[in-house]
Design a protein around this ligand. Structure first.
Ligand code: FSX
Length: 361
């Protein structure tokens, strides 16, 4: 064959049938909540295209995002990197090291200039020409700018890459910034979460390859995954509505599975799919394990207040938390009637959030 194999041919070369490819596409379509016609289109388009080149750069981060990605159940990481994309560079997963690895990246960039997808995890320290993060003799700042030049699109994976995350937490000793603070002239998708849900990473990549940039919220996140708060979909929500709250992690309320709001849960102000997609193939998520949401998919989550104080304590800085917090205290006292107020305020703050520009812009 004197041309690149298509994605379907790659599946078949790995000994898998067309049927298993269609099952892979059906799983991806279901994850993305696509209607039947779009699901068929996904299989048709994905099957006919050659595997696109992906360059994956990691900077200031904890590698949790990549750990998360390797645990994707559907599409699996194996299907993604062996059959769906051509992962030209990832300094954690690749076998090559040193100069050979850098040469492979340069070659991949040259061959797919203007067409490859750049995935970034981790924040980038900007001061002193990026001197606080240097890999292979090149600063993260120079690397991301150089690779982004030839990219068709940029996907920022994890809250560090999307919003600065933990490395940017006060006092931000390295002057860390987010990818969107540096790359302004390319289509950009943020997949936030510390780490993000693995299926959101793989699902977004598959969607982008097939249909282009999905519909995004004000923070450049795919609406299909970040369109609702954790609170909107939380299975403990009926207890919130009745004003039944756990007061400590070991009281009767906690044992009965009541709402964790008063223990600091940030679910009402956090947009993500944890309550529906969950983790480890749909096994559980933090609130199901008895711990409140930390709000890790929102900008500046680390500096916005005490993780273990309720939003109503007013320590979660910003109008969203304060507004919702006041409503929730009333909910605890007045039960169902006040919960209606909380929902109304939540709708109002959702609108505020969606019209808000990303911080630092
Ligand atoms: Fe950050 Fe990711 Fe949290 Fe860690 O790459 S979003 S610290 S899970 O690893 O960047």
């Amino acid at each position: 064959m004197d041309r690149e194999p298509t994605i379907l041919e790659s599946f078949q070369q790995q000994g898998m049938s067309r049927r298993s490819f269609l099952k892979f596409c059906a799983a991806a379509a279901s994850l993305l909540a696509l209607p039947a016609a779009r699901a068929a289109e996904l299989a048709e388009k994905l099957g006919a295209m050659p595997r696109p080149t992906v360059i994956y750069l990691s900077f200031q981060e904890c590698t949790g995002c990549l750990e998360s990605l390797t645990r994707s159940f559907s599409p699996t990481i194996e299907h993604l990197i062996f059959d769906t994309i051509s992962l030209a560079y990832n300094d954690t997963l690749q076998a090559a090291a040193g100069e050979a690895a850098e040469a492979a990246r340069e070659e991949a960039m040259r061959k797919a200039w203007g067409k490859y997808v750049l995935v970034v995890d981790g924040s980038i320290p900007a001061p002193l020409d990026g001197a606080y993060c240097v890999i292979g003799g090149k600063s993260a700042l120079a690397s991301v700018q150089e690779v982004a030049k030839g990219a068709a699109a940029v996907i920022a994976v994890g809250t560090c890459a999307a919003f600065g995350g933990l490395p940017m937490a006060a006092p931000n000793p390295t002057g860390a910034v987010a990818v969107q603070d540096l790359i302004k002239n390319k289509p950009l998708i943020n997949i936030s979460g510390c780490p993000p849900i693995p299926e959101i990473i793989t699902g977004t990549i598959v969607y982008f390859l097939t249909f282009g940039v999905p519909e995004l919220d004000a923070h450049h996140r795919p609406k299909v995954f970040y369109g609702n708060t954790i609170h909107d979909r939380c299975y403990r929500r009926p207890f919130y509505d009745k004003g039944l709250f756990a007061k400590t992690f070991d009281d009767a309320g906690a044992r009965n599975g009541w709402c964790l709001y008063e223990l600091g849960c940030k679910g009402p102000t956090t947009y993500n799919s944890c309550a529906t997609m969950k983790w480890n193939g749909g096994t559980s998520f933090p609130i199901e394990s008895g711990h409140g949401c930390l709000g890790c998919s929102e900008p500046q989550f680390w500096d916005r207040g005490d993780f273990y104080k309720p939003l109503s304590a007013g320590l979660w800085h910003g109008s969203i938390g304060e507004d919702l917090g006041i409503a929730a205290v009333a909910g605890a006292v007045l039960g169902g009637a006040a919960a209606l107020t909380a929902r109304h305020r939540q709708d109002k703050t959702r609108t505020e959030t969606e019209t808000r520009k990303p911080e630092g812009k």
